[in-house]
Unconditional design. Structure first.
Length: 321
């Protein structure tokens, strides 16, 4: 059965004042609410044209496209998945209510109310500004995707600000055990003269730490788990051992092997974000040049006399006492 054959009135309602609307069964077959069409056509459900009418409110119509736009708008983004059961009905009912409010408001002269006119102008201006920001963002993304960044440019950027690409690293040893009692027992052995490495190799419940004798190597403080980094910063001298502490579901001891030092990151470590940054900078410059060129072209003109006439008169300065 074709979608058009299913355009049967599902319900007709009459509201006071003679306003009526019809909900068509297209809502169910074209948007996949029920029936075999849903299984045959994937997440969308059917193959209806977005211009097909789902409902009428007086002389106004609500199309499949209107309904899909309402659903996407309510989600705050372009819809990528099938709507949940009942979402189409809810969106349709809300849109019908909006149109009915418009009808009643028009009958009562609301569109001529100065407050309505002022607020509508402000809403349109805000929406236009948001659309402009959206267009700019998407345009910059498109331009950036087309831009190539050379190896020389990446190296030049790194060499121009070397401190930015440095990270503080600290050399640590670590052991982990199941409970506080075991952690305190390990700390006591270290305090009595056993090396941290020997104790870690003996008691750590982590196989990798046991094999490495607790040695973590030089680690960037920013990349350590927060509680571990906090304890590491509190170790004032090489060889210092922390008190037992709980982190990541285990009891820990850490030892500072060598203090924090600034280490330059390699190009491979920063390549991704650095390329993205350079592309964005180039895209901004490219867009600025494009807009500047078009502003000076024949398509843009300003009536300076009219603009000057529209300007408010200068404020009078009050005489100082």
């Amino acid at each position: 059965m074709t979608p058009k054959a299913l355009l049967l009135p599902l319900a007709t309602r009459t509201i006071g004042g003679g306003i009526s609307f019809v909900i068509a069964a297209t809502l169910w077959c074209s948007l996949g609410a029920v029936g075999p069409a849903s299984a045959q056509h994937g997440s969308r459900g059917g193959s209806s044209d977005s211009s097909e009418v789902v409902a009428r409110v007086g002389e106004r119509t609500i199309s499949v496209g209107d309904l899909e736009a309402a659903l996407a708008g309510r989600a705050g983004r372009a819809r990528e998945s099938a709507p949940l059961p009942g979402e189409q009905r809810g969106a349709l009912e809300r849109r019908i209510d909006q149109l009915l409010v418009e009808e009643v408001a028009t009958q009562r002269g609301i569109p001529r109310d100065p407050r309505y006119l002022a607020e509508r102008a402000a809403i349109y201006a805000e929406a236009e500004e948001k659309m402009g920001r959206l267009q700019r963002r998407l345009l910059l993304e498109q331009l950036a995707a087309e831009i190539e960044v050379s190896e020389a440019e990446l190296k030049e950027r790194m060499q121009g600000n070397p401190r930015r690409f440095q990270t503080r690293r600290i050399h640590l040893r670590r052991l982990v055990v199941a409970d506080e009692a075991a952690a305190r027992a390990a700390a006591e052995r270290i305090a009595e003269g056993e090396s941290f490495a020997e104790v870690a190799a003996d008691v750590s419940t982590d196989a990798a730490l046991r094999k490495a004798r607790g040695d973590l190597g030089a680690q960037a403080l920013s990349e350590l788990p927060p509680r571990l980094a906090s304890r590491a910063r509190g170790l004032a001298t090489d060889g210092a051992v922390s008190e037992p502490f709980r982190a990541e579901g285990q009891w820990n001891l850490i030892q500072r092997v060598a203090g924090a030092s600034d280490v330059s990151r390699t190009l491979e470590e920063v390549r991704g974000p650095l390329e993205q940054e350079l592309r964005a900078r180039k895209a901004e410059k490219q867009l600025a040049e494009l807009i500047a060129k078009r502003r000076t072209g024949p398509d843009v003109s300003i009536d300076e006399n009219l603009l000057e006439a529209l300007a408010p008169p200068p404020r009078e300065r009050k005489p100082q006492r």
